[in-house]
Design a protein around this ligand. Structure first.
Ligand code: NAG
Length: 421
């Protein structure tokens, strides 16, 4: 084989591997047409409704439309199908945006990726999935990004803590799973976690275990220090802890017959030295800490294809929300991390600043409105107070008049009496 031929082969190989596939993309930019692509599960009769909305604030009224949860305290279950594929020998990239514009208290913001044999109308919390990925918030205690893989029929949670965003803006979540069994999690196109699947999940039993046949020898001395055997307790060490108070005197009016025999109160003995301990010296027999020898775990079998799913065909939102209002948008499933980054830049990246600006100006307006209302309310309160003061003054005057009248009557009777006398 000639060098040129080799070069050609490697070039075309590079071209083939560089080819990118988009397995699924959903931007919700064609009105109600999404309803033909997404199917609500009927497993329960009271799933919450998803509506198409860009929300209360957005960067672009059309582009930022996505699926919004619209009913508080509901389960949601909706999914969309695409052509079945396997991520064998290729990266798998899952990406979407989540916007908790309602100020979420407790609720899921994650997606699930299912094998294509999922019955969409039956999808529910127990449906077998391949991957669950995305933010989950519940109170101040739970604010994490889930990365759960189904491996040989069992779901495995990541053993690292990845914090999710908990503000009210749109955020881009990306998971990259590579065929070399490594992964990367990105938020807003920035890496927040990465590593190896084998290390960060407990898919496989540990490579090494403690040798069950190894035992610490009986005479293994782990004491670094010992009491000096040559050290002896001084003869005069032992003294009572308390003694009769030498300064106490029997009171003059003590009556032995009435009060019994007088005894001085007990006080702490200043000569008491506590328990005697020999001085500590280096233990000449010290052997160091015994380390349990390890052996290869017979249960461990390496797996170079932990990352691999033979069938991926449905993406779903299967979650619970207390306070609704979350908007999901810009779904992308591809084998090309670079493309995903670009798409993220062009969608989330292009509207995020305008979204923040709109929210800021709404908040500014609300603040002004509140201030004006407060001002109006305090002016009204002042006017009312003035009115009340006036009323009180009038009442005072009336009271005084009444008193005058009463006085007059009395006077009248007096004068009447006088006249009669
Ligand atoms: C995405 O945007 C960031 C920030 O502007 C930039 O650094 C990065 O190169 C962009 N990525 C792609 C693939 O365009």
């Amino acid at each position: 084989m000639t060098a040129l031929c080799l070069l050609f082969i490697s070039l075309s190989f590079a071209l083939i591997t560089a080819e990118s596939s988009v397995y699924f993309r959903e931007q919700f930019e064609d009105g109600d047409a999404w309803k033909s692509r997404w199917l609500e599960s009927t497993h329960k009769s009271d799933y919450g409704k998803f509506v198409l909305s860009a929300g209360k604030f957005y960067g672009d009224a059309e582009k930022d439309k996505g699926l919004q949860t619209s009913q508080d305290a509901h389960f949601y279950a909706i999914s969309s199908r695409f052509e079945d594929f396997s991520n064998k020998d290729q990266p798998l990239v899952i990406q979407f945006t989540v916007k908790h514009e309602q100020g979420i208290d407790c609720g899921g913001g994650y997606i699930k990726l299912f094998p294509s044999d999922l019955k969409q109308e039956e999808m529910n919390g127990d449906s077998t999935y391949n991957i669950m990925f995305g933010p989950d918030i519940c109170g101040p205690g739970t604010k994490k990004v889930h990365v759960i893989f189904n491996y040989k029929g069992k779901n495995h949670l990541i053993n690292k803590d990845i914090r999710c965003k908990d503000d009210e803006y749109s955020h881009l979540y990306t998971l990259v799973v590579n065929p070399d069994n490594t992964y990367e999690v990105k938020i807003d196109n920035k890496k927040v976690e990465s590593g190896s699947l084998e290390d960060d999940w407990d898919f496989l039993p540990p490579k090494k275990i403690k040798d069950p046949d190894a035992k610490k020898p009986e005479d293994w001395d782990e004491r670094e220090k010992i009491g000096d055997p040559d050290d002896k307790k001084p003869e005069d060490w032992d003294k009572p802890e308390t003694i009769p108070d030498p300064d106490a005197k029997k009171p003059d009016d003590w009556d032995e017959e009435m009060d019994g025999e007088w005894e001085p109160p007990m006080v702490t003995n200043p000569d008491y030295k506590g328990e005697w301990k020999p001085k500590q010296i280096d233990n000449p027999a010290y052997k160091g800490k015994w380390v349990h020898p390890e052996i290869d775990n017979p249960e461990y079998t390496p797996d170079s294809e932990i990352y691999k799913y033979s069938s991926i065909g449905v993406i779903g939102l299967d979650l619970w929300q207390v306070k609704s209002g979350t908007i999901f948008d810009n779904f992308l499933i591809t084998n090309d991390p670079k493309l995903a980054e670009e798409v993220g830049n062009e969608s989330w990246g292009a509207t995020k600043d305008a979204e923040k600006k709109m929210k800021d100006s709404q908040e500014e307006e609300e603040r002004k409105k509140r201030e004006e209302e407060d001002k109006k309310r305090s002016e009204e309160a002042k006017d009312e107070a003035d009115e009340e003061d006036k009323d009180e003054e009038d009442e005072d005057e009336e009271d005084e008049e009444e008193e005058d009248e009463e006085d007059g009557e009395e006077e009248g009777t007096d004068s009447k009496l006088k006249d009669e006398l």
